[in-house]
Structure formats: structure tokens, C-alpha cells
Design a protein around this ligand. Structure first.
Ligand SMILES: [Fe+2]
Ligand SMILES: [Fe+2]
Length: 188
């Protein structure tokens, strides 16, 4: 079964983030090969997942990597620069019609950049951070990331109310701000 349709089975935050890399890759593929309404919906799922995922890494993984890894300062600066560029590209894509030809060209460029970024994270951070968290922390942080993801609806729907209901009504940067609040609340 594709990672896109599989619920994350993992109780470990590093494994969860690694699993989300697979989901992100599959969603890029789904956006590319679908059309019309289906492409729009797949793109909205990709925006939501990327927003939650990158925010979770910025709140949870990068601060620890910066402190705990030799050369961590530099490694994290590189990853943050890539994340900033990806957010800008995502915001531009969000403002486009998913049916225009330029959309797919830009999507492909973003896909290549995001997947290269994910490989660098796995190689330089994830595989070296296993001992940086206790088992209990890994479980608690996985729960926080899942809660942030779950509170972001796939699409805003009329009449939806309450926290997170309109998470996707705004542009990606607003989604990231909201996800950051949710993760910080969970970390308190
Ligand atoms: Fe990242
Ligand atoms: Fe990542």
C-alpha cells in the first residue's frame, strides 16, 4: 500500500518524520499524475503535510541536532536555508492554478529540492540523533506531531468551527504558524 493512504504506524518521532518523507514523495507523484479537482485535493494534502512536517523538524529535530552533533550549527543552517527556499516555492505554487503548465514545472523543481533536503536530513541528522531522545520523549514527540497533523483538515469545509478548522483556508505560511503553535503547546 502506498504511504499516502497508510496511517503512520510509528510511535517514535524520528521514524514518524522518516515515514512522512515517503508520504511527501508519494504525494508529489500523485499531484503530478492527477488532474482537475483530484490534483487540487492532492496538492492541498501535500501543502498540509509539508507545513506540519517542516515545522515539526524546526521545533523538534533541528534544535537538538544543533546542540548535539559535531558541526551541528552548520548542518542545521544548511537545512534551514533549504526549508526557507521550499516554503517560498510552496507559497508561490499555492497562488497558482494547479491546471496551468507552469505549475507542473515548478512542482517538479520543488519535488527535487524537497527530496534532496529529506535525504540530507536522514543522513546527517536522523541517523545520528537516535540517542539524543529518551524512549518516552520519542513517543511524546511523535504524539505531538500526529496531533498537529490531525488537527489540520484536508480541506476547509463550510460550517467547520474550532481550533484548526480553517487551517488550510490561508496560505502555507499561515498553516505553518498554526502547526508551530500546536506543536509548542504539545511540548509544554
Ligand atoms: Fe526538513
Ligand atoms: Fe524532513
Amino acid at each position: 500500500m502506498s504511504a499516502v493512504t497508510t496511517n503512520a504506524p510509528v510511535q517514535d518521532v524520528i521514524e514518524l518524520l522518516r515515514f512522512q518523507h515517503e508520504q511527501i514523495r508519494d504525494l508529489f507523484d500523485l499531484v503530478g499524475k492527477s488532474s482537475g479537482r483530484a490534483r487540487e485535493e492532492a496538492f492541498h494534502r501535500l501543502v498540509r503535510l509539508l507545513a506540519v512536517h517542516e515545522t515539526a523538524e524546526e521545533e523538534i529535530v533541528h534544535p537538538v541536532a544543533r546542540r548535539a552533533l559535531p558541526g551541528g550549527e552548520e548542518i542545521v543552517a544548511d537545512r534551514l536555508a533549504e526549508e526557507r527556499a521550499a516554503k517560498e516555492a510552496l507559497t508561490e505554487l499555492y497562488g497558482m492554478d494547479t491546471g496551468e503548465p507552469e505549475f507542473l514545472a515548478r512542482l517538479d523543481r520543488l519535488r527535487d529540492d524537497v527530496l534532496a533536503h529529506a535525504r540530507a536530513e536522514e543522513r546527517e541528522e536522523f541517523s545520528r540523533l537516535r540517542d539524543a531522545f529518551s524512549d518516552a520523549q520519542r513517543r511524546a514527540l511523535a504524539g505531538a506531531v500526529k496531533a498537529a497533523e490531525a488537527s489540520a483538515p484536508t480541506r476547509p469545509h463550510p460550517g467547520a468551527q474550532g481550533a484548526g478548522a480553517n487551517l488550510l483556508a490561508g496560505p502555507p505560511l499561515a498553516v505553518m504558524d498554526r502547526a508551530r503553535d500546536l506543536i509548542r503547546d504539545a511540548l509544554k
